[in-house]
Structures are given as structure tokens and as C-alpha cells.
Ligand binder design. Structure first.
Ligand SMILES: NC(=O)c1ccc[n+]([C@@H]2O[C@H](COP(=O)([O-])OP(=O)(O)OC[C@H]3O[C@@H](n4cnc5c(N)ncnc54)[C@H](OP(=O)(O)O)[C@@H]3O)[C@@H](O)[C@H]2O)c1
Length: 264
């Protein structure tokens, strides 16, 4: 992907990695359609995009509202935008055991992290195919590669993204559609603060993992480097990414490490 003067749709763009990637794209004079449910955050991101030399279009969008997603996509396309890349960052995390998590929490997480992503991708993919191709990227996680305590629905939602996007890649390779999965390790964002606990309330804390993670700006650099190369999987983070190798080559040790994880 060559970003210069292209048009991208970035979800979860009001904060964290979505914001950092949007601003990084602006440096290539890109047009960035930024969506999120946080209107004030989007205004701030839009200002940063314009200051960095790009053009911003704000679309307030709740990723748990499939109908609004489809309508917003249709409206944006009717305004003549040609989308070259769709990068999904909107998401919420979780802090609760399987045995204490009500089904409604599982559904809420799947609705935002999976069905919202599916709805927006389906709304834009035919347009990308018609325009000769495009790039799709979705923020998965280390726990999109393996299960992890206190993250059952979150981990499941990220695993589901892999199946969905790998299928898109297989079905649309001939249409010049490129898919990149972002394998996030630990990044200093608010993701743990807004994670939901067993009561469905915000966890409200910055966990040490995130506090000691790489900055969103550093993450954006890693992401753009991988996107430029159309890399199928882009690891994002620091030394914690070694767990991917442990999982692959020493699965027994990996299982022992994972089951020792204690609640925050
Ligand atoms: N940070 C990490 O360590 C890490 C690791 C692996 C993967 N990831 C993934 O990376 C992605 C980006 O997260 P981040 O770390 O940058 O955290 P973040 O700053 O919390 O970004 C997530 C964004 O998604 C938005 N969002 C949440 N629910 C939404 C909804 N229903 N509709 C629209 N937007 C919604 C949030 O808006 P509000 O501010 O309104 O909630 C927020 O702007 C997420 O998918 C996350 O799962 C993060």
C-alpha cells in the first residue's frame, strides 16, 4: 500500500492506536474518514489530522449498531469517497472469568468487536472490489491467537476476526484485496480502563501491561510499516511478543504460563 493522497476509513479513531494511525496517515496527505462513538475525541483527532497535512472527515458511529453502520457507509460512498483502505481499531476488552460473565456481556463484546467490524467491512468491500482493490486491516491481539484468563469473549471476538478476514482474503485475492491482521501486544492506551467487568461496568484501571507498553505512536509506526508491505500479520508491541514464539514452538510451556495469570 502506498498511502500518499489515498483515502482511508479508520474506526476507533478517537483515541489510542486508531487516532495515532489516522494522524500518521495524514502525513502522507491522505484523506482519513475517522469514526468512533466519542464525538469530542473525533474532533481532536480531526484537528491533529489537519495539522499533520491530511484531510479529515468525521463520522460518529457506534459499532454496536449494525443498521447505523450500513447507513453511514452508504452515505459516505454516496458523497463520492473512494476508499482505499479500511482499518478497524474500535473495540472493547474484558476483565471477568467465564463462570461469572453473563451472556449479555459476551454478546456486547462480540457485537462491537466482531459484528460491527463485519457490518462495516461488508458495506465497503463491494465498493473496493469495484474500484480495483483495497486494503483491510483489523486490530486483533495476542489473545486473538490463544485463549487468556479473564478475556474469554474478548479473545473469542479476536479469534473470530481471523476467520472472517482470512476468508475475505481467500475469496478476493484476484480482486486485489489485501488483508492484514494486527497482532497487538501491550500498547499504552485506555483499552483496560474501558474493559468491562462481570457487572458490565468499566474496569476503570490502567493495567500494568498497558502502562508499560509501547506508545500508540510507536505502534502506529509498526502498523504502517507492515501495511506498506501488505504483511498478512503485523506484530505490534515490544518484548511481550515473544509469547507468540513460545506458543508456536513450546506449547506445553505456553499453557503453563497462561494458566498462572492472576486477576488484576
Ligand atoms: N492497547 C492494547 O494493549 C491492545 C492490545 C491488543 C489489541 N488491542 C486492540 O486495539 C484496538 C484499539 O484499541 P486501543 O488500545 O487503541 O484502545 P482505545 O484507545 O480504548 O481505542 C478503542 C476505541 O474504540 C472505541 N469504541 C469502543 N466501543 C465502541 C463502539 N461501540 N463504537 C465505536 N467506537 C467504539 C473507543 O471509543 P470510546 O473512547 O468512546 O470508548 C476507542 O476510541 C482495539 O480493538 C483493541 O482490542 C489493543
Amino acid at each position: 500500500m502506498n498511502f500518499t493522497n489515498k483515502t482511508f476509513w479508520v474506526t476507533g479513531a478517537a483515541s489510542g492506536m486508531g487516532k495515532a494511525v489516522s494522524v500518521a496517515l495524514a502525513k502522507y496527505k491522505a484523506t482519513v474518514i475517522i469514526s468512533d462513538r466519542d464525538a469530542q475525541g473525533l474532533t481532536d483527532t480531526a484537528q491533529s489530522i489537519e495539522a499533520a497535512g491530511g484531510t479529515a472527515k468525521v463520522v460518529i458511529l457506534d459499532m454496536s449498531d449494525s443498521r447505523a453502520i450500513t447507513e453511514s457507509a452508504a452515505l459516505v460512498l454516496s458523497e463520492g469517497y473512494k476508499i482505499d483502505g479500511l482499518y478497524h481499531f474500535a473495540g472493547i476488552s474484558q476483565r471477568s472469568l467465564v463462570t461469572e460473565t453473563p451472556l449479555e456481556n459476551d454478546r456486547k463484546i462480540m457485537e462491537i468487536n466482531f459484528f460491527g467490524v463485519v457490518a462495516l467491512t461488508k458495506a465497503l468491500l463491494p465498493h473496493m472490489i469495484q474500484n480495483g482493490g483495497g486494503q483491510l486491516a483489523a486490530a486483533s491481539s495476542l489473545v486473538g491467537k490463544f485463549g487468556f484468563p479473564y478475556r474469554s469473549a474478548y479473545s473469542a471476538s479476536k479469534h473470530a476476526l481471523h476467520g472472517f478476514f482470512e476468508t475475505i482474503q481467500a475469496e478476493n485475492f484476484q480482486h486485489n484485496i489485501h488483508v492484514s491482521m494486527l497482532i497487538g501486544g501491550r500498547i499504552q492506551t485506555n483499552i483496560s480502563k474501558f474493559a468491562i467487568n462481570k457487572e458490565g461496568q468499566e474496569h476503570g484501571k490502567m493495567d500494568p501491561g498497558q502502562a508499560n507498553g509501547i506508545t500508540p505512536e510507536k505502534a502506529a509506526q509498526q502498523i504502517l510499516r507492515g501495511l506498506k508491505r501488505d504483511q498478512r500479520e503485523i506484530p505490534v508491541g515490544g518484548s511481550e511478543l515473544i509469547i507468540l514464539k513460545i506458543r508456536r514452538f513450546l506449547p506445553g510451556l505456553h499453557a503453563k504460563i497462561i494458566r498462572k495469570i492472576k486477576p488484576m
